[in-house]
Design a protein around this ligand. Structure first.
Ligand SMILES: Cc1cc2nc3c(=O)[nH]c(=O)nc-3n(C[C@H](O)[C@H](O)[C@H](O)COP(=O)(O)O)c2cc1C
Length: 314
């Protein structure tokens, strides 16, 4: 059975410019989740979020928008906004681990509040016909929290629950907890998607043999580090194409041009690309040296030289 592969959102990385650059050169992703929309108290969707999900910016892609909130009012407002753009599904983020978010009882900080989750889902299902899907960690403090929420989720026709197999307080430290993830499978009637640490074809195969009932897989950081990964998983191969360097080089240049035309000031472009290289460098031989070359590049000419040198080692 061919797995369904989904791009897990990364705020600051998987925006529409990245998504479009990705589909121009790579394949394997069935649909993309957009990084979350957050309202911040005002009933107004910020321009950056608007641009990211505008249909004309995503016409080659299948995208599902995402929201982070603990308020039914906000959920309904954003549902209405995305439905008017033509979307029929809104994904709810209960995964974000950062204190700025969790302290306000959002992201993974909301998982322990079953009553609030119930209240939001009840109003959304009562007052809107949007399809709701969830993306969550297994808890903030411990992996029991999600088990306490499942009976609430089971009351609603949620499309799926994507589970990042960590808890919030881990941030990104430590490994994924596959035993706790397995426990989740036995405790919900909903369709579960797996998310967390799929970084190589071999890692994917291991997860797949551990969880034969899972057929939807979300890939986040691994997709940025190695955009060949989804296509290789789908083709069931660990071999890169012969023209790997050429394809990656064209992809890089497209991404670079996208940000060069969008961001004001060369230093912003250099910083943006450095953040991507923090991931790209992971699959290059001599990762640290690869990243160091980019870090040292103080202008666009030096950046270009650093990129070419890195690519010559690939
Ligand atoms: C910088 C960064 C930004 C992220 N932004 C989002 C986001 O907007 N929405 C979301 O659901 N998850 C977000 N995530 C979490 C990822 O989508 C994913 O769940 C997590 O990284 C685990 O999967 P992975 O090991 O495949 O990366 C973010 C992660 C990182 C590192």
């Amino acid at each position: 059975m061919t797995p369904t592969l989904l791009s897990s959102p990364l705020q600051g990385f998987t925006d529409y410019r990245f998504r479009n650059s990705f589909v121009k050169y790579f394949d394997g992703i069935d649909w993309f989740y957009s990084p979350y929309i957050r309202l911040n108290g005002k009933f107004d969707v910020k321009n950056a979020y608007r641009r990211d999900i505008l249909p004309e910016n995503n016409d080659e892609l299948t995208v599902i928008p995402q929201i982070i909130t603990n308020s039914a009012e906000e959920f309904l407002f954003v549902s209405d906004y995305v439905q008017k753009l033509g979307y029929s599904e809104l994904n709810w983020n209960l995964g974000c681990p950062y204190p700025m978010v969790t302290k306000r009882c959002m992201g993974s900080g909301l998982i322990s509040d079953s009553a609030r989750i119930d209240e939001v889902l009840k109003r959304v299902h009562g007052e809107s016909d949007i399809t709701v899907s969830m993306k969550m960690r297994m808890g903030y403090d411990n992996a029991q929290e999600i088990l306490d929420v499942f009976p609430i989720l089971d009351k609603y026709p949620i499309k799926n629950v994507a589970i990042h197999a960590r808890i919030g307080k881990q941030l990104y430290k430590g490994g994924v907890d596959l035993e706790a993830f397995e426990t989740c499978l036995a405790h919900t009637k909903h369709k579960v998607y797996y998310n967390g640490d799929i970084t190589t074809v071999t890692a994917f195969r291991e997860m797949q043999s551990k969880f034969p009932s899972i057929d939807h897989w979300m890939i986040g950081r691994g997709l940025i580090a190695d955009p060949f990964l989804p296509g290789m998983i789908k083709a069931n191969t660990t071999e890169y194409p012969d023209n790997r360097k050429e394809i990656f080089s064209k992809f890089h240049d497209t991404l670079f041009e996208e940000y060069a035309s969008a961001l004001s000031g060369k230093s912003h472009v250099l910083i943006k690309m450095l953040h991507y290289w923090e991931y790209f460098s992971e699959v290059f031989p001599e990762s640290r040296k690869t990243l160091k070359r980019i870090k040292k590049a103080s202008n666009l000419f030096k950046y270009e030289q650093a990129v070419r040198e890195n690519l010559s080692n690939l």
